[in-house]
Design a protein around this ligand. Structure first.
Ligand SMILES: Nc1nc2c(ncn2[C@@H]2O[C@H](COP(=O)(O)OP(=O)(O)OP(=O)(O)O)[C@@H](O)[C@H]2O)c(=O)[nH]1
Length: 450
């Protein structure tokens, strides 16, 4: 029988030290060849620049979060790695800092294809001791961030950044973590340094133990509650909602099939994680866009569907049509029925509405003083609502890349590789609450030396 390839899943809140840990693994003297799957939230990949094990196999998955929007891609990335299976003995997956480990773990147990080749060896959770209390207060009951699940699903927890706290404070954090996950092995670490033999290749992941503390471990979750397929002829239709208390989200697109399949669901997922367009009452809504229906506090609204081609269309909606009293009406006000429909368990920690990430790429040398001033203003404006920032920057007069890291307002700059004969592009990502892309972009561009 073919030997199963062990997989270690590394989870933990934004900035807790996951990439630092992966670097430890890549540089460790365990003699193992490691392949890494890196999932970053935000469209611009930064961590590949920070990871130093250049000889290791490396697959990056940006633009979404593996726990929800790009689970299909995770299976694909693992399968891609299989082609190179001779070149490595262990796979490490770094999840995004917002990810709920549950659905990722579930993928390993529900996919027959994966279980033929891979075994989930361990789930390691990084906890940021420096910002623990703040994170606990903000996110313990958050529907958007899986802070609690990241602790509860890990059978090993690294209480990282222990250099930033006193031993009494660490003991108190350890106790609080224990309440959330009494079975976990908890190890205090600095810069994610740990005896790797204690945490990898241990086959310590035990689904049963996790299920005992987390009964929802096997539930697959989506960012929408419902989807239906409807046949429409080219023309305009009314999308009529008679009862809502929220801004609803929806996507719809043309499909060749008569019913949903995994590919269609994955595509809907990825649209749900693309930037949203706000559509007021009466506005047109179009195929292939992530729409936020904003009725301005009213409970009813009617939008116009602009259908260009005859065919089947899949609709994915954040709430159930029966709650919304949803009807699709033709010109003559006749209701068109959905041919098929499906309900989904909606993800509770949907990283959409308020928490967002802004990824920017632009050329031009930055003036370091202006950049510092920009950060001062930004962090005083947003206070604790920028959870994470990181970037690879081109500073005026500096021939090396400048690596920028921020966890809340703890900011750090490091030297990166020298720029080769290439265009020097600044890449920067901010993750936080209610961040406004154009104003961040304008502020940053003001720092460019003329
Ligand atoms: N003081 C201190 N800083 C640390 C420690 N571990 C990591 N850091 C710093 O914390 C910042 C975030 O570390 P990362 O390893 O990038 O964190 P991450 O979890 O991968 O972050 P995301 O991928 O954005 O979620 C970096 O600036 C690290 O150098 C530690 O033990 N002590």
């Amino acid at each position: 029988m073919q030997e199963l390839i062990p997989v270690t899943l590394v989870v933990g809140f934004l900035g807790s030290g996951k990439t630092t840990f992966i670097n430890e693994i890549l540089n460790g003297d365990h003699g193992k060849k490691i392949a890494v799957i890196e999932n970053e939230f935000g469209e611009v990949g930064i961590d590949d620049e920070i990871l130093s094990g250049s000889n290791d196999l490396f697959v990056e998955m940006s633009n979404g979060c593996i726990c929800c929007s790009i689970k299909g891609d995770l299976v694909e990335s693992l399968n891609k790695l299989l082609v190179h299976a001779k070149n490595f003995e262990h796979i490490v997956i770094e999840a995004t800092g917002m990810a709920n480990p549950g659905p990722i773990i579930e993928t390993f147990f529900s996919s027959e294809e994966l279980s033929r080749s891979f075994v989930l060896d361990s789930v390691i959770g990084l906890v940021d001791s420096e910002h623990f209390e703040k994170n606990l207060e903000k996110f313990e009951n958050s529907e958007e961030i899986a802070f609690y699940d990241q602790i509860a699903f890990s059978e090993t927890i690294l209480l990282n950044k222990s250099d930033t706290r006193t031993s009494e404070e660490l003991t108190s954090i350890r106790e609080k973590v224990k309440v959330k996950n009494p079975n976990a092995q908890i190890i205090s670490t600095t810069h994610s340094k740990v005896d790797l033999s204690k945490v990898m290749g241990t086959r310590s992941f035990d689904l049963k133990a996790i299920e005992e503390t987390m009964p929802s471990a096997n539930a697959v979750e989506y960012p929408f509650s419902w989807a239906g397929v409807i046949e429409l002829k080219a023309g305009f239709y009314k999308f009529n909602i008679d009862h809502t208390h929220h801004n609803e989200r929806m996507v719809f697109f043309k499909i060749d099939e008569d019913d949903l399949n995994d590919k269609i669901i994955n595509y809907a997922n990825s649209l749900f994680f693309s930037p949203q367009r706000r559509a007021k009452r009466g506005a047109n809504v179009n195929v292939d866009e992530h729409i936020l229906l904003d009725f301005g506090g009213e409970h009813t609204g009617r939008n116009i569907l602009d259908i260009e081609f005859d065919g089947n269309y899949a609709f994915f909606i954040s709430d159930h049509p029966s709650h919304l009293q949803l009807k699709i009406l033709n010109r003559e006000e006749n209701e068109i029925e959905f041919k098929t429909d499906h309900s989904f368990k909606k993800v509770e920690h949907f990283h959409g509405n308020e928490i967002n990430s802004i990824s920017l790429e632009f050329s031009g040398a930055l003036n370091p003083q202006s950049f510092e001033m920009f950060l001062n203003v930004l962090y005083s404006q947003y206070r604790d609502e920028i959870y994470r920032s990181k970037g690879i920057l081109h500073f005026y007069g500096n021939d090396s890349r400048v690596l920028f890291q921020g966890v809340y307002s703890s900011l750090k700059f490091d030297h990166g590789r020298e720029w080769a004969d290439e265009q020097r592009i600044n890449k920067i990502v901010f993750i936080g609450k209610g961040l406004i892309g154009p104003s961040l972009e304008a502020g940053l561009k003001n720092c460019i030396v003329e």
